[in-house]
Ligand binder design. Structure first.
Ligand code: ADP
Ligand code: MG
Length: 363
């Protein structure tokens, strides 16, 4: 099911008398989610992710704009008629019901020709439970399950109706690191095998990057960039996106361009053809540094962390906006014990942004 958002906007009235302006939680969001894809909706806390999801589910009404499922305008349709499956961070299971009863719950109150027999409901619940591998736990109560198992029950309950659209709001946040990894791979597998169009909300860039077909990066209710995860990583539209994606984070410097050359401090570090003379923000991915005795950028060495395959060189520079510059170097490059370390920069790992608003300057 293709899902289309057209100029979707949601404002909340201000609750603060001193600041009467309303909160624009979602601001003119236009996007087409292709049929059968998994979209990662990504951004910091408060950027409007949950509000967007609630608009898609029908739990909230937009202030402006339209939502289409396929060719159907569902903007005014109540949640129960949209055919969406919802999963939240807190599993929201009914504690007094068994796993099986929790999963069949959305099927219980169907009326008329849609009414299901006990056997049909039971079969559907078992099928959904198998998808998330909890079919042996059907008679337990939620309190008898681990957090990971509870979240699987919640996913099974969302899947049992075979929804047209699956909406997941930070579904892994309550799980420990290992389970988070495992469950996200499972969500990906289930999404692929069922082909259900899915929106996966997270503030965790790595999570979004690893499972999404497309990511949407939001800030303050405004979409900053959409694209395939690698595309967005390799070509961020602005400084916010560059800083939000990547771990270790991108290294940000105050720089200047003179005569189509990028300077950091007094050092000429990179040719930037076509860029006019100006003060810029220069950002370098950790993997964009090449260790070299004659390197263009001289930094003060503070430490080296060996991480097996790679080493992480930690250094400082007066023009760096990060307290520490982190560069990832292949382990065969020995770092000499010295006070300074020099780097050449890989051109495709360096991005320039306008100093005043962080917009990308291409070169
Ligand atoms: P996210 O899920 O990305 O953390 P939300 O969609 O929950 O963000 O919130 C977006 C913005 O809208 C925030 O500034 C939040 O404080 C505000 N907000 C959310 N719900 C309400 C509400 N019911 N009333 C007023 N403001 C709200
Ligand atoms: Mg949220």
């Amino acid at each position: 099911m293709k899902v289309t958002l057209q100029h979707l906007t949601k404002t909340y009235p201000s609750r603060n008398k001193k600041q009467p302006q309303e909160v624009v939680a979602v601001n003119d969001f236009t996007f087409e989610i292709p049929d059968g894809k998994l979209i990662g909706l990504l951004g910091p806390s408060g950027c409007g992710k949950s509000t967007t999801l609630n608009l898609l589910s029908g739990l909230q009404k937009p202030t402006g704009g339209r939502i289409f499922f396929g060719d159907d305008d569902v903007t005014d349709l109540p949640p129960e008629h949209r055919g969406v499956g919802l999963v939240f961070q807190n599993y929201a299971l009914y504690p007094h019901l068994t796993v099986k009863q929790n999963i069949t719950f959305p099927l219980e109150n169907r009326k008329g020709k849609d009414k299901l027999t006990r056997q049909q409901m039971s079969d559907m619940a078992l099928e959904a439970a198998k998808l998330v591998q909890i079919d042996t736990l059907m008679d337990r109560k939620p309190s008898e399950l681990s957090g990971g198992q509870q979240q699987r029950v919640a996913i099974a309950r969302a899947l049992v109706k075979m929804p047209r659209v699956l909406l997941l709001d930070e579904p892994l946040s309550n799980l420990d690191a290992r389970l988070r990894l495992q469950t996200r791979e499972e969500i990906r597998r289930i999404q692929r095998s069922t082909g259900i169009t899915t929106v996966f909300v997270t503030h965790d860039q790595e999570e979004a990057m690893s499972i999404s077909d497309l990511i949407v990066v939001m800030k303050d209710g405004v979409v900053q960039q959409t694209g395939r995860p690698q595309e967005v990583y390799d070509s961020p539209a602005n400084l916010f996106v560059a800083k939000f994606l990547g771990n270790p984070p991108i290294n940000v410097f105050d720089g200047s361009v003179k005569g189509q050359v990028l300077y950091i401090g007094e050092e000429a570090v990179l040719e930037v053809p076509g860029v006019e003379d100006q003060s810029v923000t220069a950002a370098v991915r950790p993997e964009g540094f090449v260790l070299s005795d004659t390197g263009a950028l001289t930094c003060s060495l503070t430490g080296v962390e060996v991480m097996g395959r790679d080493i992480s060189v930690i250094s400082t520079h007066p023009n760096s906006r990060n307290a520490a510059i982190r560069s990832i170097i292949a382990a065969e490059n020995a770092v000499r014990d010295a006070e300074t370390v020099r780097f050449d920069l890989k051109k495709n790992k360096v991005f320039l942004f306008r100093r005043e608003d962080g917009a990308r300057i291409l070169f």
